[in-house]
Design a protein around this ligand. Structure first.
Ligand code: ZN
Length: 138
């Protein structure tokens, strides 16, 4: 069995964003030389997510609105976590959207349904943050 590890770094200029990272994950699979196996992609920070969904801007606006209803960013004073930091909402948004994605690799490609894409969800940006890509297989 072969294994491959790589960190991707994202520096998002805004507090929140959704970035399609499917191409970068596929590039890691290409680099690994693994044809049959599994890939794990996880945010290494507790205020960011990695998830699978559709690449559609209306949907991303809907996620933004929905997450703001569930865990509004402001007022910062509504959260006990805030004070030294102001990112309690980002911790909660990450909890809802998830930490990681595990996907199958078949014939060297992500074995996805027609609309599945991998996204990095940033909820407390403006600084470099890392995503781990771990691939195992042969
Ligand atoms: Zn925090």
């Amino acid at each position: 069995m072969k294994s491959f590890r790589k960190e991707l770094t994202f520096t998002v200029p805004s507090r929140r964003a959704y970035i399609n990272i499917t191409g970068q994950v596929q590039k890691c699979i290409d680099e690994s030389g693994i044809k049959e196996g599994m890939v794990l992609v996880n945010a290494m920070h507790i205020t960011a997510s990695v998830f699978v969904n559709d690449d559609e801007s209306g949907l991303h606006q809907d996620f933004e609105k929905w997450l703001e209803q569930l865990a509004p960013e402001k007022p910062y004073s509504q959260y006990k976590h805030n004070g030294y930091e102001d990112n309690a909402d980002a911790h909660m948004k990450r909890q809802i959207m998830g930490r990681e994605v595990v996907a199958a690799i078949t014939s060297g490609k992500l074995d996805f349904g027609p609309w599945e894409q991998i996204f990095y969800g940033e909820f407390d940006g403006k600084r470099p943050k890392r995503v781990l890509v771990k691939i195992i297989g042969e």
